[in-house]
Design a binder for this molecule. Structure first.
Ligand code: SF4
Ligand code: MG
Length: 294
């Protein structure tokens, strides 16, 4: 359903573009209809940029994005607006997605109005109930709601337009532990009920295990491994280390300022050949970017 091919994103800043940051470095990714793909990796690995790029909220420097065969990168702005209804973002900071001067009612109705859809009272009331809040919440302002309630509002706003694909970008990482589980349960139950696909971005491997049909592991702007049981049976040395770092709670630091494998300087299994860039290799239903599996 959604497909990214050869995606790159370079951010440039300073005079004469002195500082170049390659946030996404040649990613191929595919998300099937109704599937939950977890995108895991440490902060700064490019997960959020990749997620926003798939929604065309960030324009790729290079590469292609197809949604049901529609070429989003080359699409005219007006057509893209129509396709946008079918894909939504649930961001990490819900307050960023809501206008502080608006009542919750108007924030939920807004996307429906923009896309010329029915935004009658009944629909808005039904939406607020679907996310586990009450009618009275509709007539409050964002500052009168808790973080968990705000995230529920943002979820209501995202599902209002009946999207087929939602990028959930660390949707619970800013919430208290006690609230996190209830938001995850809500997202899972909405997925079961409505059948949309999720790209579920998280650095929480336990959460990825719970929600995902498939897991992709990102390191230094690249997907290094992808498959169903990646976290239980890691092949890539980075995934192994990531899983162990959670179990043994040590810190990993990203290094990427070199050619060849980006994990080279941290990799316990590095070989001479690893100074050449490893290509993604397919092993059954698994994909892995590492010379150990060439
Ligand atoms: Fe380690 Fe080489 Fe594999 Fe990179 S390609 S992860 S350095 S073994
Ligand atoms: Mg992020």
């Amino acid at each position: 359903m959604l497909k990214g091919v050869g995606l790159y994103k370079v951010f440039e800043s300073g005079f004469f573009s002195k500082h170049r940051i390659v946030a996404v470095d040649g990613v191929d990714i595919e998300i099937n209809r109704g599937e939950v793909l977890a995108l895991v990796g440490e902060s700064g690995s490019g997960k959020s940029t990749l997620g926003r790029m798939l929604l065309m909220l960030v324009r790729p420097t290079r590469g292609e994005i197809y949604f049901d065969g529609l070429d989003l990168v080359r699409m005219k702005a007006g057509d893209l607006r129509r396709v946008r209804r079918r894909m939504q973002l649930i961001p990490q900071h819900p307050e960023d997605a809501l206008d502080p001067r608006w009542r919750i009612y108007d924030s939920i109705a807004e996307p429906l109005r923009i896309h010329g859809l029915d935004c009658s009272r009944d629909i808005i009331h039904n939406l607020i109930e679907m996310v586990g809040l009450r009618e009275e919440h509709l007539y409050r302002y964002p500052h009168e709601l808790s973080g968990g309630e705000l995230q529920r509002v943002v979820i209501a706003r995202a599902i209002a337009v009946e999207p087929e694909f939602i990028v959930c970008d660390e949707p619970t990482s800013m919430l208290d532990m006690s609230v996190q589980a209830s938001i995850v349960n809500l997202l899972v139950s909405l997925h079961k009920k409505l059948g949309m696909a999720y790209l579920f971005i998280t650095h929480d491997l336990e959460l990825a295990r719970i929600v995902a049909d498939r897991v992709a592991v990102m390191f230094a702007g690249q997907i290094v491994e992808e498959g169903v049981d990646v976290l239980d049976r890691p092949l890539h040395p980075y995934t192994e280390m990531l899983v162990r770092s959670v179990e043994e709670s040590f810190e990993l630091t990203q290094r990427s300022e070199r050619s060849g494998c980006k994990f080279y300087s941290l990799c316990p299994k590095r070989m001479e050949i690893c100074s050449d860039h490893p290509e993604m290799v397919r092993l059954g239903d698994r994909k892995v970017r590492c010379h150990l599996f060439d």
